[in-house]
Ligand binder design. Structure first.
Ligand code: AMP
Length: 120
């Protein structure tokens, strides 16, 4: 699947639409999910143009992958959920109901979570 540079997260990265930013560095941007499914629900996206986890892990450089992982950790720390715990979730493709075709990790926490996140 080719990257669609008109997807909503690409527009957020370009500053064309606003986001509630939590963290940013050279590799990643983190912002609050617009439709939170938990007390803390924050998205972390790489700055590079990758469709999904599969695309990212196949094509991104080691620096981008490492930088992204560190950004996820930093975001969770800023959200105050490192000690209380959190869940990381990434939807890839149709069966996972991926909605936005720019790779992103969901950080969910801030409360006791159900055993798995149910997505409607
Ligand atoms: P996914 O199904 O993994 O692609 O999830 C996409 C997520 O992006 C959903 O949880 C949406 O609520 C969230 N989302 C969509 N548009 C925005 C936006 N403009 N700002 C923040 N979160 C968004």
């Amino acid at each position: 699947m080719a990257y669609d540079s008109n997807n909503i997260f690409a527009k957020i990265l370009r500053g064309e639409i606003p986001c509630n930013k939590v963290y940013e560095d050279e590799f990643a941007l983190a912002f609050r999910d617009i439709n939170p499914q938990a007390a803390v629900h924050t998205l972390v996206i790489p700055k590079g143009a990758y469709v999904s986890f599969d695309d990212f892990s196949t094509k991104a450089t080691d620096a981008e992958i490492g930088g992204f992982a560190r950004a996820v950790q930093a975001t969770a720390a800023l959200e105050g959920v490192t000690d209380s715990g959190y869940r990381l979730l990434a939807n890839h493709g149709k069966d996972a109901n991926q909605e936005v075709p720019h790779f992103h990790v969901h950080i969910a926490g801030g409360e006791a979570l159900p055993e798995m996140i149910a997505k409607t």
